[in-house]
Design a binder for this molecule. Structure first.
Ligand code: UDP
Length: 334
């Protein structure tokens, strides 16, 4: 089976390509290298000992996409390619809406032209907005997204549902990720955001290596067990495996799955776990809440287990160890 992976050199994409190759799939990657590096190609080949085809192209270029489909004729598509910086999406909404929506529209149009009817979409728990009940199930209300990035995820979900209504042969799996962290155990691939990180884990590792001075914790007055924000952190390799399960167990229609562990950890829990596992201090200070943040968010992942046979295997210690190992290895290689 041949799978086309858009954004296959990015953080979640690269780990998914590794899992696909290790499980005997033929993989074709399209990546525009906006937020990823060409070095990842060799790293994936070293990890897996397998080869794959790469097109350095933008999925928003429909002519190119059509050409790639005419050559490759993939059986299924996993669509990761998207802009993903929440803050940037607020200052550049047009860029975010154009890129994140046009890419999906192009893909769906070209897929239908070439009779490719299996689509896995990289969505996010952000579509639930500020959750009314916890843990979050797939039946929870969606909407109330607080930034253009989150809105593009929700709009893509709506677009995919409508395409399935117009063409029931077009099967869609929507995977709503909670907070992916960690890295491949080899330390060869992981998350390396450009510039100062926005997300918690990349920030913690940079403070631990001394590249950044101190972690700012955004608020300690939330209604959580220690006042800091609670999230459901999931190891990126577990998340990657969820995509294989989605492909293997794809049904007709549109299916939605939460990919999380079901466990909630606060910012302070994360700092303490990191210090304990890696034996390094992470200095922090408490600052004001970050606008748009919610207090608490964690998944009920039982639907993915029942229907896909998927559940997260890695614990918080693995995530801490692998995140740090990746950054240390990057520094060594410099
Ligand atoms: N956070 C923090 N300091 C940072 C980055 C994040 O205190 O420098 C907190 C943030 O307020 C939230 C949690 O860490 O409670 C996870 O934030 P992240 O941006 O990683 O994910 P998201 O908010 O999108 O779930």
């Amino acid at each position: 089976m041949k799978i086309l992976v858009t954004g296959g050199l990015g953080f979640i994409g690269s780990h998914t390509v590794v899992e696909l190759l290790e499980n005997g799939y033929e993989v074709v990657v399209i990546d525009a290298l906006y937020n990823s590096s060409i070095d990842v190609v060799d790293k994936i080949k070293i990890i897996t000992g397998k080869d794959f085809k790469l097109y350095v192209e933008d999925v928003c270029n429909k002519e190119k996409l059509d050409e790639i489909f005419s050559i490759e004729k993939p059986d299924a598509v996993i669509h990761f390619a998207a802009y993903k910086a929440v803050g940037e999406s607020v200052s550049k909404p047009i860029m975010y809406y154009r890129n994140n929506l046009v890419s999906t529209l192009n893909l769906c149009e070209v897929m239908q032209k070439y009779g490719c009817n299996k689509f896995v979409f990289s969505s996010s728990a952000t579509v639930y907005g500020d959750p009314e009940v916890l843990p979050i199930t797939e039946e929870c209300k969606v909407g109330g997204t607080t930034n253009p990035y989150g809105s593009t995820k929700l709009m893509n979900e709506m677009i995919l549902r409508d395409i399935n209504i117009s063409n029931p042969e077009f099967s869609v799996v929507i995977l709503r990720y909670f907070n992916p962290i960690g890295a491949h155990k080899s330390g060869l691939i992981g998350e390396k955001p450009n510039g100062i990180p926005n997300n918690l884990m990349p920030y913690i590792v940079r403070v631990a290596t001394g590249e950044l001075e101190i972690l700012s914790i955004f608020g300690n007055d939330y209604p959580t067990h220690d006042g800091t924000g609670v999230r459901d952190y999931i190891h990126v390799v577990d998340l990657a495996k969820g995509h294989l399960k989605a492909i293997e167990n794809m049904k007709s229609g549109v299916s939605y799955y939460n990919l999380g562990t079901g466990m909630g950890y606060s910012v302070l829990d994360m700092v303490k776990a990191f210090e304990k596992v890696n034996g390094v201090k992470v200095p922090y200070k408490i600052v004001d809440r970050r606008p748009g943040d919610i207090a608490e968010c964690f998944a009920d992942p039982s639907k993915a287990y029942k229907e896909l046979g998927w559940k997260a295997e890695f614990g918080i210690e693995d995530m801490m160890r692998d995140s740090y190992n990746f950054i240390l290895k990057c520094k060594e290689d410099k």
